[in-house]
Design a protein. Structure first.
Length: 400
């Protein structure tokens, strides 16, 4: 007897009171997209659990998907059988036989009170059946290696044995949208991932500077964006031509303030894009003290140009911990491909680690960047990634 269902337990969203329905619907939609490669699966979302009918699709493959999607606390492969004693006995035995260990217990729940046998009686019937049809297993009701759970519901009985942890978090899309400033580096994709974990839907913005940066650098960022779609939903990536702005900074601003001013320009452009796209915040991969632009003074000076919230999920994390996450989410190998992004190329030899607002404002007041910023936004290209179904044909430029 093979597993035919998967039972999903919701994460934190069960605490959400009136919004619960909305959260469950989002999770259902996200699951539907994530299961695109398993077209025969059927999803049934209920108040307390979600069920996936495998319909012949691989239990292992669908389990792997469930490990990636935010909003799932845990899940179990399940056998669904009719509400009939012999069928339940057979399935409980099949479930135990799939497990390894020495001790077990059976826990029956009977929300369907019209089923004629009580939970307590079912525990005894099933326990006896398992003991007399297996070898080496004994009952331990306090700390069993395996708990065979039997849930007799109205429509059918579900039998599960092992439980796998999900990623937790909230379904992507339940916490609104944010604009992720995404370089090709290690940090920003991890920052995006952590924001998604709290239910944030992402749009991403990338600044590139052709011909100083190559097509491959851009490709890196597209590959990273696509990787992130595995955690739920679509990602829209905006690519901004940044060469003109960078050259002007390079030419007309003091070299040691180039980095600070470049970051301010990035935030200004990001705000223009966020405003047009109805996005209320931005995300960066900054971590306090990691590099010159990430000191308290730098953030104070850079952040001055926007009053949008700038979320920094990595702010207190060590680089090694960030690298661990990037390996876990499979972005690390893409991030370390050796193609420079716009910052590395124009980076000053000795960037200011304690840039001051007054100074930068004085420098910027002598040079007008308005037209360059507008041209950068006008030249933006947008690409949409929707899981593995991304195609270049989705590229379009006429958003505004
Ligand atoms: P990352 O690993 O994300 O590149 P980093 O440690 O290299 O980060 P910086 O280069 O100082 O740090 O960049 C800080 C943040 O600024 C990045 O995490 C990202 O959010 C944003 N950023 C930097 N370069 C770009 C770019 N070319 N396009 C979009 N955002 C960028
Ligand atoms: Mg970087």
């Amino acid at each position: 007897m093979e597993y035919n269902h998967l039972l999903i337990r919701y994460g934190e969203l069960v605490l959400k009171g009136k919004n619960k329905k909305h959260f469950i619907q989002k999770l259902e939609n996200n699951m539907r997209k994530a299961l695109i490669d398993f077209p025969n699966t059927k999803i049934q979302a209920k108040r307390d659990h979600m069920y996936i009918l495998l319909n012949g699709e691989s239990a292992e493959g669908v389990s792997d998907v469930c490990k990636q999607v935010f909003g799932i606390h845990s899940f179990s492969l399940a056998l669904k059988v009719e509400n009939e004693k012999e069928a339940i006995k057979e399935a409980a035995l099949a479930a135990l036989e799939k497990e390894s260990g020495q001790t077990f217990k059976v826990t029956t729940k009977r929300p369907n009170k019209s089923f004629p046998i009580s939970s307590q009686e079912m525990n005894q019937i099933l326990g006896g059946h398992l003991l007399s049809n297996t070898e080496g297993w004994v009952v331990n009701v306090h700390k069993p290696d395996v708990e065979v759970r039997v849930e007799i519901r109205k429509d059918a009985t579900y039998i599960t044995s092992s439980k796998t942890a999900g990623k937790g978090g909230m379904p992507v899309g339940t916490a609104g949208k944010s604009l992720l400033l995404m370089s090709g580096g290690i940090d920003s994709p991890v920052a995006g991932y952590l924001a998604m974990k709290r239910g944030v839907e992402l749009e991403a913005i990338h600044f590139h500077s052709p011909p100083f940066t190559s097509e491959r650098a851009r490709q890196k960022v597209e590959d990273l964006a696509e990787k992130l779609t595995r955690f739920g939903g679509k990602i829209t990536l905006h690519i901004i031509p940044f060469t003109e702005v960078q050259q002007k900074i390079h030419k007309e601003m003091p070299e040691n303030y180039g980095m600070t001013i470049m970051r301010r320009m990035m935030l200004r452009i990001s705000e223009m894009v966020a405003e047009k796209r109805d996005i209320l915040s931005m995300i960066t991969g900054e971590s306090l003290g990691q590099v010159a632009s990430q000191t308290m003074e730098s953030m104070h000076t850079i952040n001055e140009v926007t009053n949008y919230p700038v979320l920094r999920p990595l702010i207190s994390m060590d680089k090694l911990d960030i690298i661990d996450i990037s390996k876990e989410i499979d972005t690390y190998e893409i991030s370390i491909r050796p193609y420079e992004d716009c910052c590395t190329i124009f980076v000053p030899k000795q960037p200011k680690t304690k840039p001051r607002r007054e100074k930068v404002n004085a420098f910027e007041s002598n040079v007008d960047f308005t037209e360059e910023l507008q041209r950068a936004v006008d030249g933006m290209e947008t690409v949409e990634f929707e899981g593995s179904r991304f195609s270049k044909a989705d590229v379009y430029n006429d958003l505004f």
